[in-house]
Write a protein that binds this ligand. Structure first.
Ligand code: ZN
Length: 379
C-alpha cells in the first residue's frame, strides 16, 4: 500500500502513535506465564496498536497513583482510567510471557515493578462508588491483589471477532486521509443505533468531513445486545441511510468498564488516537444503572483545558421524533411536550421486539428492528 500523508489529522495523544507489536522472541516458551482476563487482553491489544498511546505497557505505580487521584499520567498528560495488569504474586524473572485465558501466548512484558493497590480507593475515585453491584466495581473486586507493570511487545494479536471491521489507529488514519477527511467525529456505541442516535451522528456529521461509527466489541454486560447482532444493525443502517463516502464503521476493541464520566474521557482520548478530531458525548455516556448524573460525562470535560485533550467533545441531548415539529429533535430544539414526542422506554422496545412487533418507524428504522426481532426469535 502506498504511503498516504496523514499529517493533517489530529496528533495522537502525547504526540506519537505507539506501536508495541514485534517478533515472537525465541525463548518465550521458557518464561513464566501470566494469564490475562479478557479485559486485560483488550487493553493489551490496544496498547499494541497505539489506541492507548502514549502507553507502551501496563501502568507503573507513579502513573497509576496520579491517574486515580488526578486523572493524569505521571508526565501530567490527561488520562482518566488505570490500565493495569492484576497478578496474584510478583514474578521471579525480569520478563514474563502474557497469555489469554486459553493459554495462547500473546506478548512479553519487561517487568518494571509489582505494587499493591487499594481496591476501595480505585473504585471510589474511578467509578464513584464502592457498590459491588456495579459491573466495573465487581470486576475490580474480583481482581488479583497486585499490579504488574512494564512495557509489552505483542507478537500475537488476539483473534478479531469482526475481521472486516478490525482497523488499528494507523488504518483509520490512513482511511481518513485517503478520503480527504480532516475533521472526523467519532461515535462510541454499545447499542443498536435507533433514530435518536442516527440523528445525533448526522447532526455532528453536518459540521465535519467524516463520521467514524466505532462500536465497542470487547466485553460488555451479559444483558447488552450481543456485538454480532449490533454489527449487523450498523451495516444495514449505514447501507440504507448514510452516504457511503462520509462514514466508516469499524470495531473498537475495548472492554466496557462502565466508569461513566471517566470512561467518556478515556473513550475520547482513544478516538483521538484513531484520528478523530471530534467525539460525541451523549447523556450518561458509558454509564450503568443510576450511578452517574445525567450530565456528569459531559461536565467532566471541564476539568481539563481544551488544548490538553485536543479532541473536541460534542455534547448531545436525548433525541426523539416530535409529531408537531414533524422531525427528530431534542429538548434543545423542540418546544413541545412529552405527549407530542414518540418516546419508548428500553423495556417497551425489548417487549415489542421480543413479541416480533416493529417499533414505530419514528423510533427505529424497520431494517434495524427486523434484525433485532430475528435475534430475539433465535435467542
Ligand atoms: Zn416539537
Amino acid at each position: 500500500m502506498s504511503a498516504v500523508a496523514t499529517d493533517h489529522l489530529i496528533r495522537p495523544h502525547g504526540g506519537e502513535l505507539v506501536d508495541r507489536t514485534g517478533p515472537r522472541p525465541g525463548d518465550v516458551e521458557s518464561l513464566e506465564v501470566v494469564t490475562l482476563t479478557s479485559r486485560e487482553v483488550s487493553d493489551l491489544d490496544m496498547i499494541a496498536s497505539g489506541a492507548l498511546s502514549p502507553l507502551e505497557g501496563f501502568m507503573g505505580r507513579d502513573d497509576y497513583e496520579r491517574v486515580v487521584e488526578e486523572m493524569r499520567l505521571a508526565s501530567g498528560l490527561p488520562w482518566s482510567l488505570p490500565v493495569c495488569l492484576a497478578v496474584p504474586s510478583a514474578p521471579q524473572g525480569d520478563r514474563v510471557a502474557l497469555a489469554d485465558e486459553n493459554g495462547r501466548l500473546l506478548a512479553v512484558l519487561e517487568v518494571e515493578e509489582t505494587f499493591e493497590y487499594d481496591k476501595d480507593r480505585e473504585a471510589e475515585r474511578c467509578f464513584r462508588t464502592t457498590d459491588d453491584a456495579h459491573p466495573g466495581v465487581a470486576r475490580l473486586y474480583k481482581q488479583h491483589p497486585l499490579y504488574l507493570a512494564g512495557r509489552v511487545t505483542v507478537f500475537e494479536r488476539p483473534e478479531k471477532p469482526f475481521p472486516e471491521l478490525a482497523l488499528d489507529p494507523a488504518d483509520t488514519r490512513r482511511t481518513f486521509a485517503e478520503r480527504g477527511w480532516r475533521r472526523v467525529v467519532g461515535f462510541q456505541t454499545r447499542n443498536p443505533i435507533h433514530r435518536a442516535h442516527e440523528y445525533l451522528t448526522k447532526g455532528a456529521l453536518e459540521t465535519v468531513d467524516g463520521l467514524l461509527i466505532h462500536p465497542l466489541v470487547g466485553e460488555t454486560k451479559s444483558d447488552d445486545v450481543p456485538a454480532a447482532t449490533r454489527v449487523e444493525c450498523y451495516s444495514v443502517l449505514v447501507e440504507n441511510y448514510y452516504p457511503a463516502d462520509r462514514v466508516l464503521v469499524s470495531a473498537f476493541p475495548a472492554a466496557m468498564r462502565y466508569a461513566g464520566p471517566r470512561e467518556a474521557i478515556w473513550h475520547a482520548i482513544c478516538r483521538k488516537n484513531y484520528g478523530c478530531s471530534h467525539f460525541i458525548v451523549g447523556r450518561d455516556h458509558a454509564g450503568v444503572g443510576s450511578y452517574y448524573g445525567t450530565y456528569d460525562a459531559q461536565l467532566i470535560f471541564d476539568e481539563f483545558e481544551g488544548h490538553e485533550l485536543d479532541i473536541e467533545p460534542m455534547f448531545f441531548e436525548h433525541a426523539f421524533f416530535c409529531r408537531v415539529c414533524g422531525q427528530m429533535a431534542t429538548p434543545k430544539t423542540c418546544p413541545h411536550g412529552g405527549d407530542d414526542h414518540v418516546f419508548l422506554s428500553g423495556t417497551k422496545v425489548r417487549e415489542l421486539l421480543s413479541e416480533g412487533k416493529l417499533p414505530p418507524a419514528e423510533f427505529s428504522r424497520p431494517e434495524v428492528a427486523e434484525i433485532l426481532i430475528e435475534a430475539y426469535r433465535t435467542a
